[in-house]
Design a protein around this ligand. Structure first.
Ligand SMILES: NC(=O)C1=CN([C@@H]2O[C@H](COP(=O)(O)OP(=O)(O)OC[C@H]3O[C@@H](n4cnc5c(N)ncnc54)[C@H](O)[C@@H]3O)[C@@H](O)[C@H]2O)C=CC1
Ligand SMILES: CC(=O)C(=O)O
Ligand SMILES: [Mg+2]
Length: 371
């Protein structure tokens, strides 16, 4: 199989779909790998490292999209990328289609087969290809939020850890999955007062046990969210309903009751955001202010620490890349129902139920395609 790795083109996105070590795994098995020039050089994976692993370096993305049987990326394809995809070609990357009708229509029109990292599942009910980036984004969310609380960023000038004789900052985390727990670890480590809300009592029980009373847990309702955000310096949005657009948990009216200069970090922005006033921002211009509240809504947060993120992401994706290359996508999906859950689009059909429902497309069950 010919596997193509284009250079990412989203704003400030320095991650890359495969490391040189990953390329070697493929070339050793007889596959051909094409890597776009400088795809990984910003994070120390140089063209000569890819060449030493057996890859061919090509100057133009166009060549990769026209020749590769499988394109492996990190971020969802941008318009100039999805216009280049074609029937019979496999795309393996993050897609986040539910809040993105243009990209969804672009992929449908392309006729390609698209497997989304974020909807691949595992036997424990987790999302193994989202988890590593959620770990990164959860940890970063506290760093980003702490910075936004500084006066120069529009924040109210609060140090999350406080100092002796001065109260610590209050942090509220909505959603206690991978992002939420990693955010909680960092915020507790800084010495903040941390409250975490979730709708799953089982999950709250697990976190309560793990953090031995250091983390306050609350069942998430509109009322409990409101009580918490009224006294918070930093609120982190970390909810997920897999595949679907994020539920809006803080309305503009609720926002008006927050302390001016406090901060919202909406990590769930890649699924449309969980605050009514959220809109996606970039690493170049990450912050804006609405109703006196600083909003940080970067949709590709892990891109900020692209070397760590690439290593973590490819550790998780590599077994699936190998299965797809070795067996072909149809057999690989037939053999692994969790990988089958990743199939979002095939030959113009929407094969993920939550995406189809969110965007009002007919849903085709992937088992009908794979058999
Ligand atoms: N902006 C970025 O760069 C990144 C964003 N993300 C996003 O972060 C979000 C969270 O991801 P994970 O933590 O991996 O998901 P997860 O599935 O591990 O956790 C989500 C949690 O949200 C809870 N939840 C769902 N509805 C809720 C509600 N109404 N109130 C309170 N809790 C609710 C669930 O019970 C679950 O515990 C996703 O949208 C993901 O795509 C992840 C990585 C990077
Ligand atoms: C999960 C995701 O969207 C990211 O890592 O950029
Ligand atoms: Mg998008």
């Amino acid at each position: 199989m010919i596997i193509g790795i284009p250079k990412e083109i989203k704003n400030q996105e320095y991650r890359v779909g495969l490391t040189p070590a990953g390329v070697k795994e493929l070339t050793q098995r007889g596959h051909q790998v094409m890597v776009q020039k400088d795809a990984g050089s910003a994070i120390g994976f140089f063209d000569l490292n890819y060449q030493a692993a057996g890859a061919e370096i090509v100057p133009e993305a166009e060549t990769i999209f026209s020749k590769a049987d499988m394109v492996v990326k990190v971020k969802e394809p941008q318009p100039e990328e999805y216009r280049r995809l074609r029937p019979g070609q496999l795309l393996f990357t993050y897609l986040h289609l539910a809040p993105d009708p243009d990209q969804t229509e672009g992929l449908i029109q392309s006729g390609c087969t698209a497997i989304a990292y974020e909807t691949v599942t595992d036997e424990h009910g987790g999302l193994p290809l989202l988890a590593p980036m959620s770990e990164v984004a959860g940890r970063l969310s506290v760093q980003a939020g702490a910075r936004c609380l500084e006066k120069s960023m529009g924040g109210r000038g609060v140090l999350l850890g406080g100092v002796p004789g001065v109260e610590s900052g209050h942090v509220t985390i909505i959603g206690g999955g991978v992002v939420g727990e990693n955010a909680a670890r960092m915020a507790l480590g800084l010495g903040a007062e941390v409250t975490l809300l979730d709708r799953s009592v089982a999950r709250l029980r697990e976190l309560d046990h793990r953090y031995q009373g250091r983390l306050k847990t609350l069942y998430s309702t509109t009322e409990s969210v409101l009580q918490c955000i009224r006294r918070s310096d930093l609120v982190i949005g970390a909810v997920l309903v897999p595949g679907a657009a994020a539920p809006k948990l803080i309305s503009r009216e609720m926002l008006k009751q927050m302390i001016p200069g406090s901060v919202l970090v909406d990590v769930a922005i890649d699924q449309g955001g969980c605050f009514e006033t959220s809109r996606a921002t970039t690493h170049d211009n990450p912050v804006y202010i609405e109703e006196g509240i600083v909003h940080y809504c970067v949709a590709n947060m892990p891109g900020a620490v692209a070397r760590t993120s690439t290593l973590a992401l490819t550790n998780a994706t590599m077994p699936f890349v190998l299965a797809l290359a070795e067996k072909g996508w149809q057999h690989a999906l037939k053999d692994d129902k969790h990988l089958m859950n990743g199939l979002n689009i095939h030959a113009g059909q929407v094969t993920n139920q939550a995406v189809a429902e969110s965007l009002s497309y007919a849903y085709t069950n992937p088992t009908k395609i794979v058999g």
